[in-house]
Design a protein around this ligand. Sequence first.
Ligand SMILES: *Cc1c(COP(=O)(O)O)cnc(C)c1O
Length: 364
Amino acid sequence: MPRPIQATIHTGALRHNLARMRRAAPDARVWGVVKANAYGHGIERVFDGLRAADGFGLLDLQEAQRMRDLGWRGPILLLEGVFEPRDLELCSRLNLWHTVHCDEQIDMLATHKTHQPHRVFLKMNSGMNRLGFPPQRYRAAWTRLDALPQVDEISLMTHFSDADGPAGVARQLRVFNETTRDLPGERTLANSAASLRFGADPAVRVDWIRPGIAVYGSAPDFPDHDIAHWDLQPTMTLAARIIGVQQLAPGDTVGYGSSFRADAAMRIGVVACGYADGYPRHCSTGTPVLVEGVRTRIVGRVSMDMLTVDLTPVPQAGFGSEVTLWGRAVNGAVLAIDEAARSGGTVGYELMCALAQRVPVVTD
Ligand SMILES: *Cc1c(COP(=O)(O)O)cnc(C)c1O
């Protein structure tokens, strides 16, 4: 028997969440963002659940190739554009749309030999200061692209830094709209947080939205709102089994560093999941887990191959019992990945992306 740990990708939940994001931005088209191997889920595993998307956004040319190998003929957008001139040949061959965020990428296009002109998304740095042309140089970049025979359609794009927080999108939206006012072309602005929180505003949802994390069943603004609030479903369950049980007496300690000390007699379960499976080591005492679908907590430190859980609320549990680290238990109970992430001082994104290679994955 293989070590009892497994991840499950829920196709129906992917379908549900994608439909949910469509409702958040009525009349916009939806890029399903599948970068980072579909946020750790596996591009091949999510494709069936997301095939109703209007296009797919990703970063890696190999991932674009994998989408084409799956038979996807619709739009694919390279969210960071190309990295070197020969990437443009693959863009031509695979018919990829690509972001243009800097002068070097325009230089590459200007010397690219192609029979098929490219569709590009010109990215503005409207305040996040990661990728994009600053507003005062944006129109010059547009004019330069517009003059290139290698380019046939220019769409307009920016990315919000605070769509999930109190600052919101107003300031960046104003900068973007003022700069692009009379420029033609389709627009795309909103990630998951902007789509859910501000998608009712036609100026935010515009032509295309670009949801990632919400499609994967994580609330972008947790803990202000959780997945139940946004009507999102977990798309990844990480489950393992109890492989040992210990009875603790008052004063006994657990695990490396003896960081947890029992103040009363208690039973703990030893679970076949550790940081080498992608479960964060920072999720120590107090992090919620489900045992046989009942909510309890981790006690002590997470080690490489094991972690330990408090069995007090589940006295019937023992060797072989199901432990849900995040996702959905067999009895239907849900533990959002956001809750585990928060206990470890991080976000759902990081946990799902970090699922380790050694964990077997199935789809349902
Ligand atoms: C990752 C990414 C998204 C998706 O963001 P989420 O917060 O996961 O919805 C959208 N746009 C760009 C440019 C991205 O890189």
